[in-house]
Design a protein around this ligand. Structure first.
Ligand SMILES: Cc1ncc(COP(=O)(O)O)c(C=O)c1O
Length: 296
């Protein structure tokens, strides 16, 4: 595998960051998790947009332009001959001193890893997930805004450990007020009659790229979208529930904190959205091999 790091391609063995990189010392940096399907990078522009928003929020000046970042992301796939895979784009604050001061860091480092994807087992999609609510609350937006996709993921990792300790793959995180925020690495949706609801971003959720895609296609399956504050009561009494993320896509949820959701099986609207999402990811995106296509 060839990894892009600051303008060069390195092998897995030689691709390294300094122990003085503030990405390592303090989690000072940002990232994106992106998918490639069928020779195209899905929603690449939206991912790079979000990277720029995260960078702005943490006062990090990206060393590459929007266009250059799109280009190196697709190029890393091309160099590794990835048509279907998972891409991790990381920008660290760069090498600094042992002190916190990010102004002492000379230059941010840009890393792109394009790998094969580890998919969830098919039974998660066929039977649905059982999840729990965990005690670790989502970061306060006034402290470390969950909209920033930062390298500091301890909040999510603690919740993930609690999920795993409870025998679950995913978990609901509440915010400090007790409203549903999101899951450890996914956004959450509920279907109630002809309504599709998901927590507002102010509740402490990431601006999920999958979340946005689902909200856009909801009307096609006869659902009206809104973003009210949601409590666990709303989750327990939903007709259907599912989580969304770049890696997971849409995964039905059939049990939460011991309460069966709806019929106890993945619901019809969830199924329809899963099908439509599959079509979308396989038919749109930024071409990885534009020349190959032309020569055909
Ligand atoms: C905390 C969190 N919420 C939600 C998501 C889903 O976002 P997206 O659909 O952009 O992958 C992710 C994954 O990136 C995440 O880490």
């Amino acid at each position: 595998m060839k990894i892009y790091i600051d303008g060069k391609y390195e092998s897995e063995k030689t691709a390294k960051v300094s122990v003085f990189d503030h990405g390592l010392l303090y989690g000072d940096g940002i990232f994106e998790g992106i998918r490639a399907y069928n020779g195209r990078v899905f929603k690449l522009k939206e991912h790079i947009d979000r990277l720029f928003y995260s960078a702005k929020a943490i006062l990090l000046t990206l060393p590459l332009s929007h266009q250059e970042l799109m280009h190196v992301t697709a190029e890393t796939c091309r160099v590794n001959n990835i048509r279907d895979g998972y891409i991790r784009l990381v920008v660290t604050r760069g090498v600094g001193t042992l002190g916190l001061n990010p102004n002492k860091c000379k230059k941010p480092s840009v890393i792109v890893i394009a790998d094969k994807i580890q998919l969830y087992p098919p039974e998660y999609y066929e039977k649905g997930l059982t999840i729990i609510t965990v005690p670790t609350t989502r970061n306060l937006h006034s402290a470390l805004n969950p909209a920033i996709k930062s390298l500091n993921y301890l909040n999510n990792i603690l919740a993930k450990i609690e999920a795993n300790n409870g025998g679950c793959e995913e978990a609901i995180m509440l915010n400090a007020e007790g409203y549903v925020a999101e899951c450890t690495g996914d956004n959450i949706f509920l279907v109630r009659g002809d309504q599709l609801v998901t927590p507002p971003l102010s509740a402490g959720a990431l601006y999920g790229i999958t979340r946005a895609a689902i909200m856009e296609m909801a009307y096609e399956v006869g659902l009206k979208v809104s973003e009210p504050n949601l409590t666990r009561y709303d989750v327990f009494n939903a007709d259907e529930c599912f989580v969304t993320g770049t890696g997971a896509e849409l995964v039905p949820v059939v049990k939460v904190d011991g309460r069966v959701i709806g019929s106890g099986s993945p619901g019809p609207k969830t199924h329809e959205l899963m099908e439509r999402y599959k079509k979308l990811v396989n038919s749109t995106g930024y071409e990885i091999f534009p020349d190959r296509k032309k020569s055909k």
